[in-house]
Design a protein around this ligand. Structure first.
Ligand code: G4F
Length: 363
C-alpha cells in the first residue's frame, strides 16, 4: 500500500494487543483496512504468540508499542502522536481469582488506565471514539433472570469493583464532556487463545494432555458454577460494532445460554475422546472414565474405565462465587445486528482440537 492510501485508512489503538481479545480484534481491524497501533506494557517482555498464531504479527499495518497506562503523560502523548479515530481499551488484570489476591494492583491499574485514556481523549482528540471493555461481573449473582443493561449492579470482587468504576467513568465522560465513550458489558468469551488460568482453557488443555497420555488428572474448584460462555471471535465483532453505532451507548454481549463448569468438562473430554460420569458431592466430587474411543485407547493404554481423571481441589474455590450466569444480548442484536455464530459445543471442540494439536507438536 502506498502512502496516499494510508491517509484514508482509519487508525485504531488497541490496548492489551497481546491478549486474547486484542489479538482477534487486531486481525479483524487489519482485515477491514485499519492501521492498528497495539499497546503492550513497558518492559519489553510481552509474548506476542497470539498475534503470531493468527498470522498478523508482521502485518505492515500493525504497530506494537510500549505504553504505560498508569501514566497520564504517556496517554496524552499517545493520543497527540497517533490521533486515532478509535480506541479499544482492552488491557487489564482480568483474572477474578487473582484480584482477590492482589486487590490494590488490580483496582488501581484498571481505574488509572481508563481514566488516563478518557482524560487524554477529552483534552487532545475529543472526537476519538472510546470502547471500554466492561464485564458481566458488575451484576449480582443473586439476579437469577437474564441480565440486561438495566439489571442492578452488585460487584462482589475487586476486579468487578474496579470495572464498575470504569463503567461509570466512561458514562461520566460521555455525559459531561460529550466523549464518544461506550461500554461493552461482556459475558465470558473463550477461544484457543485463552490463557490457561481461566477455567475453560485449563479444562481443554488438561483434557488434551490426558487423552495423549501426558497428564493423568485435572483439579478444579467449583464445578457447579455456571457461566454464559461465548466465542471470543464473535465478541470482537460486537466490540467493533459498538464503536460504529451512531451514538455512544452500553451493550450486553452474551450468548443467552448458561452451562456449568461440570458441563464444560464433560463436553471437553468428549471432544478428546473420553466419556465421563460425575460421582460424589462438593469437594469429594470426581469424574470417572466411562468410555474411551479407540484412538485414545491405543495411544494411552494405561487409561482405564472407572479411572478418576477430574477431582475437586478446594484450593481453587474463591472467597465468594461471583458472576451472573446468563446475559440477554437483545439490545445489541436489535441496535447493532450482532449475534453469536458459535455454539458452546463448537467452541469446546475448537479449543480441545487446538490443544490436542499443540500437545502433539510439543507446544
Ligand atoms: O474462567 P474463570 O476464571 O472466569 P471468570 O471468573 O468468570 O471471569 C472471566 O469472565 C468475566 C466475564 O466476562 C471477565 F470479566 C473476567 O475478566 C474473566 O475473563 O472462572 C469461571 C468459573 C468461576 O465460577 C470459577 O469459580 O469457573 C470456576 N472454576 C472452577 N474451577 C475455576 C476453577 N476457575 C478457574 N480459573 N480455575 C479453576 O480451577
Amino acid at each position: 500500500m502506498d502512502d496516499s492510501s494510508n491517509l484514508t485508512m482509519k487508525t485504531a489503538v488497541i490496548t492489551g494487543v497481546a491478549g486474547q481479545d486484542g489479538a482477534y480484534l487486531t486481525r479483524m481491524l487489519l482485515d477491514k483496512g485499519y492501521q492498528v497501533h497495539g499497546t503492550v506494557r513497558p518492559g519489553g517482555s510481552t509474548d506476542l504468540w497470539r498475534l503470531d498464531s493468527l498470522g498478523v504479527r508482521n502485518h505492515p499495518h500493525l504497530h506494537v508499542l510500549q505504553h504505560d497506562l498508569c501514566s497520564l503523560v504517556d496517554s496524552l502523548a499517545l493520543m497527540d502522536r497517533l490521533q486515532p479515530q478509535e480506541v479499544y481499551h482492552l488491557a487489564a488484570q482480568s483474572s477474578v481469582a487473582r484480584s482477590f489476591e492482589e486487590p490494590h494492583a488490580t483496582v488501581n491499574g484498571i481505574q488509572q488506565g481508563t481514566l488516563n485514556l478518557l482524560e487524554a481523549i477529552r483534552k487532545v482528540t475529543p472526537t476519538t471514539r472510546f470502547f471500554e471493555a466492561g464485564t458481566s461481573e458488575i451484576f449480582s449473582t443473586k439476579h437469577s433472570a437474564l441480565c440486561t443493561e438495566l439489571t442492578a449492579f452488585h460487584p462482589r470482587n475487586p476486579y468487578a469493583l474496579a470495572k464498575l468504576s470504569t463503567y461509570w467513568a466512561t458514562v461520566n465522560y460521555r455525559e459531561s464532556f460529550n466523549v464518544f465513550g461506550s461500554v461493552g458489558i461482556l459475558f465470558n468469551h473463550e477461544s484457543p487463545l485463552r490463557d490457561p488460568r481461566f477455567v475453560t482453557r485449563k479444562i481443554t488443555s488438561s483434557a488434551a494432555r490426558i487423552a495423549l497420555g501426558e497428564a493423568s488428572v485435572l483439579e478444579l474448584g467449583n464445578l457447579a458454577a455456571r457461566r454464559d460462555w461465548g466465542y471470543a471471535g464473535d465478541y470482537v465483532e460486537g466490540i467493533w460494532r459498538i464503536l460504529q453505532a451512531d451514538q455512544p451507548d452500553d451493550f450486553v454481549l452474551a450468548t443467552q445460554r448458561s452451562a456449568s463448569v461440570r458441563d464444560f468438562v464433560r463436553l471437553a473430554f468428549a471432544g478428546a475422546g473420553i466419556g465421563l460420569a460425575f460421582q460424589g458431592q462438593a469437594e469429594h466430587e470426581v469424574a470417572v472414565v466411562t468410555d474411551i474411543v479407540d484412538g485414545v485407547a491405543d495411544q494411552v493404554p494405561c487409561l482405564k474405565l472407572g479411572q478418576v481423571v477430574v477431582r475437586v481441589n478446594p484450593d481453587f474455590y474463591r472467597p465468594i462465587e461471583t458472576g451472573p450466569s446468563i446475559g440477554d444480548p437483545s439490545k445489541a442484536r436489535l441496535a447493532l445486528g450482532w449475534q453469536v455464530s458459535t455454539s458452546l459445543e463448537e467452541l469446546c471442540k475448537l479449543m480441545v482440537s487446538a490443544d490436542i494439536a499443540r500437545v502433539k507438536s510439543g507446544g
